[in-house]
Design a protein around this ligand. Sequence first.
Ligand SMILES: Cc1ncc(COP(=O)(O)O)c(C=O)c1O
Length: 373
Amino acid sequence: MELFDVYSLFDVTPVKAKGCTIWDSEGTQYLDLYGGHAVISAGHCPDLYVRAIAEQAARLGFYSNSVQNPLQKELAHLVGEASGYPDYSLFLDNSGAESNENAAKLASFHTGKDRIIAFRKSFHGRTSGAVALTDNPAIVSPFNAGHKVTFCELNDAAGVEEQLSRGDVAAVIIEGIQGCGGINIPDDTFMQDLRSLTSRYGACLILDEVQSGYGRTGKFFAHQWASIRPDIISMGKGIANGFPCGGILVSPEFKAVKGMLGTTFGGNHLAMAAAIATLQIITSEKLIDNALKVGQHLLETIPSKAPVKDVRGRGLMIGIEMHENVAPLRNALLFQKHIFTGVAGKNMIRLLPPLCLSIEQADTFTKAFNELI
Ligand SMILES: Cc1ncc(COP(=O)(O)O)c(C=O)c1O
């Protein structure tokens, strides 16, 4: 049997990794400025993380959500303390898209309404509702397109209010920083407007922090730069440093009803061991402060003159927009300089490294980048 061929692959086979370093099957060493698409938060294979998963696998790998699982409560406590949301509750699932599905469903249950406002250039995942909330017709099938979704322009509070005033909107969903759409940072004042407008018109505010959350931008969640508190916050990617895991933080205003949300694998013992170890490492090694410091250094040292058009981001979520297509540059970074990077669209190199990236490693990237442009 062959694989269903949907991914464009680089001809490189990683077999081992530590911190921000990856080795391939030929023994070639790479610097990781991509983090497997913002997933590796605590660095590759930290000892505590490896031990926690191995010991949990040897003890109990899985049992269903019909029995007590103290690891879920331990994670909820840790996330509440680390994020500044100790009064919210945690529902655990398996991925970013599933978190957004649950967020949208919960908002719809809560308000009794069925339309959701999303934004131009958004990405919220590939499952039915999540992809309908994604502004990319190429990946929305006719089946997905049945959801009631309206796209507004980022930073257009008047446009959002016009939609909300119609009275049928369950939620507004927005990324803390748009990732796939090209590292677009919503204005702090716009975020504050969304908070007050959704409250005024009886809609929920959902913050998709799947990519921008868990310390990546130098705060636990990117929306905390705007000092707002959303109703629901969705998480994924960095939450368990590569072990599949997602979740939503739910404000105390929501009432849990037995059976309203559910999943077979969400919150399983192995994922919890991975997620607890990840957060312990992020906290004890002060990786959120590191993300801010090293991210700031990158923003100050990456050149912003031609052929670079713009360098923007927060913490270790950085986009380098070029005047030309970046595919050849990304190839050269990988195969000549042995540095993994991501892209957003055709003209942007996207940096999403592990949060433990050092200043020296950041400088290695910038030097290689300068040599290639
Ligand atoms: C902002 C955002 N939301 C949701 C998702 C979907 O997450 P997953 O691929 O884990 O379903 C992504 C993935 O890139 C994302 O960047």
